[in-house]
Design a protein around this ligand. Structure first.
Ligand SMILES: Nc1ncnc2c1ncn2[C@@H]1O[C@H](COP(=O)(O)OP(=O)(O)O)[C@@H](O)[C@H]1O
Ligand SMILES: CC(=O)OP(=O)(O)O
Ligand SMILES: [Mg+2]
Length: 421
């Protein structure tokens, strides 16, 4: 019987699950199938599935509206697929890997027992679009696959190398220490994948990799990677800061919220059951971003409407480009201009031809330049070059894969992570 790893990535607008087998801790796991339910914030949700030559694309699922519902649908789909005999029963799952966005002090893969579960639950308020959803899936796995070992993989882990000055806020140090108020940074599973894939593509030693990486999806962030390690990132104590997202404001003047509403500090009655977030957090995390400006979370639709002359969409598009360019400039300076590549990843980074074009044009003075043909059709490959030949710096697109990053780490640490018999 092969060992099955289910790698589960609960994003803010999607649930993505990849099925892997592994044999020894030293070999990379083999991917058997990838399934995702996207559009949870732009109903109806839609299912996509790929196993071998079997493909389903964007099948509408009007009944699925939550991350937990999405996971249950996914498990039923996988176990019912006769072409996936390795996973015919929920009991076939040995490891369930969960992407947990906010791990607080956790920065290594950790088996989820009742103790760690409570600690992660306590962190839910710091990642209001993510942790609670991921934990509902942990509970669903415990109910449906009780023999599986649940392991949490943390989005903040990759940023454990942030230098002191980069991770410290200029606030009272005693209060900061007591309440653990610091920059954590997120999208770390993605950046770990991007760093390894780019290292392989550029055929450089991992410890020599200097890149500016952009993970652009429903949540957007930038990361400055020097010597293969994170030395700067745009998200902070929570995934709210930095770049705007689908429903997140990104950086605003912290005083703004007190002029936006008189109820900033009150608990929001609009947040999900069991979540204790304030009106301020509700507004800035869930009622802002490009949806607040355009009415849609779909950046693909925003990009095409902008091109057709829609002013609100053009403004939203321009805001995103403006903020990304600010981070690219700032990270270029952090790297002293020693930059191997600017790397685009995440749903928008991988599919957003117009966005890449606009960003690279804005930062062209730094020596980045696109090849228009390659940008329009980057082609297949985990990492592909879209930069112009002869430009000072390279521009790459990376098909990032947080699930495979978890599965790899899980297989490598399987002996330590396995639940004691
Ligand atoms: N053709 C496209 N051009 C630009 N953006 C796109 C395109 N297709 C999808 N997207 C964006 O990608 C987002 C999903 O990115 P993804 O990284 O998968 O999200 P999540 O944050 O849920 O993990 C969608 O919400 C949509 O805004
Ligand atoms: C951390 C974060 O914002 O994740 P996502 O982009 O998947 O919502
Ligand atoms: Mg994501």
């Amino acid at each position: 019987m092969p060992n099955i790893i289910l790698a589960i990535n609960a994003g803010s607008s999607s649930v993505k699950v990849s099925v892997f087998t592994y044999t020894t801790p030293t070999a990379d796991p083999t991917e058997l199938a990838v399934i995702q339910i996207a559009g949870l914030t732009a109903p109806p949700a839609s299912l996509s599935y790929a196993r071998g030559t079997e493909h389903i694309k964007n099948r509408a699922l009007p009944a699925v509206t939550t991350q937990e519902g999405a996971y249950e649908h996914i498990l039923a789909h996988l176990t019912a697929d006769p072409g996936l005999p390795e996973l015919s029963h929920a009991a076939d799952v040995e490891f369930a890997c969960h992407r947990v966005v906010h791990g607080g002090a956790f920065d290594r893969p950790t088996r989820i027992d009742s103790d760690t579960y409570s600690q992660l639950e306590a962190l839910s308020d710091l990642a209001p679009l993510h942790n609670a959803g991921a934990l509902t899936i942990v509970r669903a796995v415990a109910a449906k696959c009780p023999q599986a070992t649940n392991v949490a993989f943390f989005d903040n882990a990759f940023h454990r190398t942030l230098p002191l000055a980069a991770r410290t806020y200029a606030i009272d140090p005693q209060i900061a220490a007591r309440n653990q108020l610091r920059k954590y940074g997120f999208h770390g599973l993605s950046y770990a994948f991007i760093a390894r894939a780019t290292t392989a593509f550029l055929a450089k030693p991992a410890a020599a990799l200097n890149i500016i990486a952009l993970h652009l999806g429903s949540g957007c962030s930038a990361c400055c990677i020097q010597g293969g390690q994170s030395i700067g990132t745009s998200m902070g104590l929570t995934p709210l800061s930095g770049l705007p997202g689908a429903t997140r404001s990104g950086d605003v003047d912290p005083s703004l919220i007190f002029h936006f509403t008189h109820d900033a500090g009150r608990f929001s009655t609009r947040s999900a059951k069991g979540m204790h977030i304030t009106e301020a957090e509700q507004i800035l995390n869930k009622e802002s971003g490009w949806r607040a400006i355009t009415g849609t979370t779909d950046f693909g639709a925003i990009s095409s409407r902008a091109a057709q002359g829609d002013e609100a969409c053009q403004l939203a598009f321009d805001i995103v480009v403006d903020r990304i360019a600010d981070f690219v400039g700032s990270y270029y300076v952090k790297l002293g201009g020693e930059v191997d590549a600017l790397v685009f990843a995440g749903g928008i980074g991988e599919k957003g031809t117009q966005l890449r074009e606009a960003v690279v044009r804005r930062v062209g003075c730094l020596g980045f330049e696109l090849d228009a043909g390659r940008n329009a059709e980057p082609g297949d490959g985990v990492v592909v070059e879209i930069g112009a030949r002869g430009a000072r710096h390279r521009v790459l697109v990376c098909q990032t894969d947080e699930q495979s990053e978890m599965a790899r780490e899980c297989a490598q640490g399987a002996d330590e992570l396995r639940r004691p018999a």
